[in-house]
Design a protein around this ligand. Structure first.
Ligand code: FES
Length: 113
């Protein structure tokens, strides 16, 4: 069983995620308050992230939340994605406020051109 390091670009935080766990489960294990847990099933869209680096496997995602173009560009629903390498992700959508929050002065890496 492999375990990979997941880096949240927005905050610089990292967490470990087993290859049989999806990225949202790993993030929840981080114990970060305010991580919105929605349907965990690819249907609600709260867990939308952008994969900046790394490889992963993914399952079917609702086109209401991730368009084909977005998916092709690396935007996925974290609850539908399992890592197959170390992954760097950027939080997008509704989760961003919870993850980056207020008062976290390290959240400056998100403005990379
Ligand atoms: S938790 Fe609902 S789409 Fe991921």
């Amino acid at each position: 069983m492999n375990t990979y390091t997941i880096t949240i670009l927005d905050t610089g935080e990292t967490y470990r995620c087993r290859e049989d766990r999806n990225l949202l489960e790993g993030m929840e294990a981080l114990g970060r308050r305010g991580i919105p847990v929605g349907c965990r099933n690819g249907g609600c869209g709260v867990c939308k992230v952008h994969i900046v680096r790394g490889t992963f496997t993914k399952r079917v995602m609702s086109r209401d939340h991730v368009t084909e173009e977005e998916e092709a560009a690396g935007t996925v629903l974290a609850c539908r994605v399992k890592p197959t390498s170390d992954v760097t992700l950027a939080v997008t959508g509704k989760m961003k406020d919870a993850v980056c929050g207020t008062g976290d002065t390290r959240a400056t890496a998100s403005s990379t051109p």
